[in-house]
Design a binder for this molecule. Structure first.
Ligand SMILES: [Zn+2]
Length: 281
């Protein structure tokens, strides 16, 4: 999750909001109310949100359009706040998984339950979240810095196994780029591109760039010779493989299973705010 500027309210929403709010208030049946709420899915509103969020889910940063349909998400659900159904500041773009009944759905934890959820348009998610990278399992986990971060990760399922596995493939490649960026301009350029707001999982690339010392200490080493060996310049011996490729498939599978099994566990211990945003373990 990254901070996003929602942009200017669409003129259509400005002009229609009062009529649409009245239609919701006048609806006497569930079906009529759902039809009134559906006005928010107008193509101009969807287009404005898709531009602001670059077609990515506001919560998990997955690109949506090439594999499915984006959803116009109410940060505060209309089941709890009908008056915010057509409020521009309450609208986000989300994928069907984060926004679906398995995860956020109509949930909205308030302060007494550790909330409210992080809002990428008003919070800086990096104040509340950091990332833990395990090069053996090849998995990157979103970890909380604060109670709001914790309730957001849990409510949105930001470490759900299929998302974490898919996302981690990208992050593992980014980690390799980060290790090589100081010596290879093309790697540095690719890492810079990966930090752009329109890049999938940009939060991880930004955190990586701020934490290369942690990454080198954990898997790349500070010895340039070692990193050159890791980059694949020498071949023929198993120890010359890149550190990110050294784990056996059996060891990797075991670590993956441990991660997925333990993903629900919470220890309620938060790191200090000085913790680097991308920790390799
Ligand atoms: Zn999502």
């Amino acid at each position: 999750m990254i901070r996003v500027d929602r942009g200017t309210k669409p003129a259509l929403l400005e002009g229609k909001k009062a009529d649409w709010d009245k239609a919701v208030a006048d609806a006497s049946t569930v079906k009529a109310r759902e039809a009134a709420f559906a006005k928010v899915r107008h193509k101009q509103i969807r287009a404005a949100l898709e531009e602001a969020f670059h077609g990515k889910c506001a919560y998990c940063e997955s690109e949506i359009k090439h594999v499915g349909y984006s959803q116009i998400e109410h940060y505060r659900p209309v089941s709890k706040r009908r008056d915010l159904a057509f409020c521009w500041d309450n609208l986000l773009l989300a994928c069907g998984r984060c926004n679906g009944p398995e995860f956020k759905g109509d949930l909205f934890p308030e302060a007494d339950a550790g909330g409210p959820l992080l809002n990428p348009c008003s919070d800086d998610p990096s104040d509340h979240l950091y990332f833990v990278f395990d090069p053996v399992a090849g998995l990157t986990t979103v970890a909380p810095r604060t109670p709001r971060g914790e309730v957001t990760v849990r409510t949105l399922g930001l470490n759900r196994p299929d998302l974490r596995t898919h996302r981690s493939r990208s992050v593992t490649r980014l980690a390799a780029l980060a290790l090589l960026a100081s010596e290879h301009a093309d790697c540095a350029a690719l890492l810079t591109e990966a930090k752009r707001s329109d890049a999938e999982y940009a939060a991880f690339a930004r955190a990586l760039s701020a934490s290369t010392e942690s990454l080198e200490a954990a898997i790349g080493g500070s010895d340039p010779q070692a990193r050159r060996r890791g980059s694949g310049r020498k071949t023929g011996q198993s120890d010359d493989r890149h550190p990110l490729a050294r784990s056996s498939s059996r060891r990797r599978a075991r670590r993956c299973a441990e991660y997925h099994r333990d993903s629900h566990q919470q220890d309620n211990q938060y790191p200090s705010h000085d913790t680097v945003p991308f920790q390799a373990i």
